[in-house]
Design a protein around this ligand. Structure first.
Ligand SMILES: [Zn+2]
Ligand SMILES: [Zn+2]
Length: 464
């Protein structure tokens, strides 16, 4: 049917509107006749009609119109009409817990029964204060700016509402879960003066209003930066003792770790001190060997602080604290706040270009032509490299192909040189020197036809 209002007289227009109004009121009264419903639960059945008002106001408005009509009928001299009016007021007072109707009946000297508990929410909407207070108590120890409320509902509550909607052919409703999450979220937002955030909430509060359970999911805080490792001999991340698996044994001197310190731990400790987090996870764009330094502009990293109690930390101050704590060993720079996506970006940056500096010692004196030969034969080549023998015990044996962009050399003594290599990330540079018994091709040892030993390795730049 096409509705063209221009063809209607005002008389017909009001008739059409009255028809719709009658439908809403008629349906609502039928619902209330059969089931007790609070303002929210009645209003929610028409949630998509009207904008910018709550379901509670919707429900109250409907009950008010019904009460007005019923009141008029109750004033009628005609006994039958009067009794229908009174009966309707009674339904509104008991099933609808509607005070206006109760007051009218009392004024008329009518007896009226007690209020009945809402069939759909079991009275929860009228009694949200305990979970709101409980939530506020629970989040007190955490600092955060935004949050999201998630609602857990007993299955029977959702099923009951579905059956209810089907029974009355409800078309314009929203779910009880939706409404509860919004109503509780709004209350908490106002009480704590914090924003609701749907995309990246710092804290997710999971509430079951029916059981009173409140679970907090405190999302991680991500701090992004770059680190420089100034000395050799410390691994990038904490290395659990291979003998005891971290429990502590004689081999690890009861520390549970292979090495007393790591880049990760040196950075994490001051961060945990200020954020009061439970633990950290360390992510970096690749890693240098334990005996290699990481110099230049540093290596990008993200540290994830789990369950932080403080988030609004002064990063400049934190940078100073880390550099003081790790003085002479590790330095951090350019700290900023990040998020999960920064971790993903790091993983993508693992193959980023690297610049290495490596000191090589040969078992014979080498000529100046040899230096030129190394530069020439390694610049612009693709290195074919099987997994190095030294890591075979923990990595699968496979072939990698990595590009070298540029090689520069400098003589240090008759039998030692310094070599700078700019290459694709993931190239094993020590094996590029030794050849690893032919597992890396080409290699410096083969080019010079001498045993070549890497003495010192530094990562000079990670180019992201
Ligand atoms: Zn209800
Ligand atoms: Zn151990």
């Amino acid at each position: 049917m096409i509705l063209d209002f221009r063809e209607w007289s005002e008389e017909i227009l009001s008739e059409v509107v009255a028809e719709k109004l009658k439908h809403i009121l008629d349906l609502s009264l039928k619902m209330l006749e059969k089931y007790p419903l609070c303002d929210n639960c009645l209003g929610r059945q028409f949630a998509l009609l009207g904008f910018g008002i709550g379901n509670s106001e919707r429900g109250r408005s409907i009950k008010m119109l019904l009460a007005m009509a019923a009141h008029e009928m109750a004033l009628s001299p005609e006994i039958k009409v009067k009794e229908i009016g009174v009966k309707t007021l009674k339904i509104l007072a008991t099933r609808g817990s509607f005070k206006v109707a109760r007051d009218l009946l009392e004024k008329m000297g009518r007896r009226v029964g007690g209020e009945e508990k809402c069939f759909l929410c079991e009275g929860i909407f009228e009694n949200l204060q305990p979970v709101i207070d409980g939530t506020i108590e629970k989040v007190k120890e955490y600092e955060f700016d935004n949050f999201l409320v998630g609602i857990k509902l007993p299955v029977e509550i959702e099923e009951r509402e579905d059956e209810f909607k089907a029974e009355f052919g409800v078309q314009y409703s929203e779910s009880i879960r939706n409404e509860m999450s919004r109503v509780i979220g709004k209350e908490i937002s106002q009480k704590l003066n914090k924003q609701v955030n749907y995309m990246k909430p710092q804290v997710v509060i999971l509430i079951n209003p029916f059981t009173g359970e409140i679970d907090l999911q405190v999302n991680s805080l991500f701090i992004v930066g770059r680190y420089r490792k100034l000395i050799r001999g410390i691994p990038q991340s904490k290395w659990v003792c291979i003998k005891c698996g971290g429990r502590g044994c004689a081999r690890c001197n009861w520390t549970g770790k292979m090495y007393p310190e790591s880049v990760e731990e040196l950075i994490a400790k001051p961060i945990l001190d200020v954020t009061l987090g439970e633990e950290t996870a360390f992510h970096a764009a690749g890693r240098e060997d334990r005996d290699a330094r990481m110099l230049g502009g540093g290596r990008p990293f993200v540290i994830e602080v789990k369950k932080p109690k403080r988030r609004n930390v002064d990063l400049k101050g934190l940078e100073r604290a880390i550099n003081e704590y790790a003085r002479g060993k590790v330095e951090v720079l350019d700290l900023r706040f990040g998020d999960k996506d920064d971790v993903k970006k790091l993983k993508g940056a693992e193959g980023a270009q690297k610049v290495y500096r490596i000191v090589i010692k040969f078992d014979k004196e080498i000529a100046d032509e040899d230096l030129v030969k190394i530069e020439k034969e390694l610049t612009g080549v693709i290195v074919r490299q099987w997994t190095p023998t030294r890591v075979l015990h923990r990595r699968a044996d496979r072939l990698r192909e990595k590009r070298i962009y540029e090689v520069k050399t400098k003589r240090l003594s008759a039998d030692s040189i310094e070599m700078w290599v700019r290459c694709q990330g993931g190239l094993y540079v020590k094996e590029l020197v030794t050849g690893d018994n032919g597992r890396t091709e080409p290699n410096v040892s083969e080019i010079i036809n001498a045993r070549a030993e890497p003495l010192e390795l530094d990562v000079m730049e990670v180019i992201v």
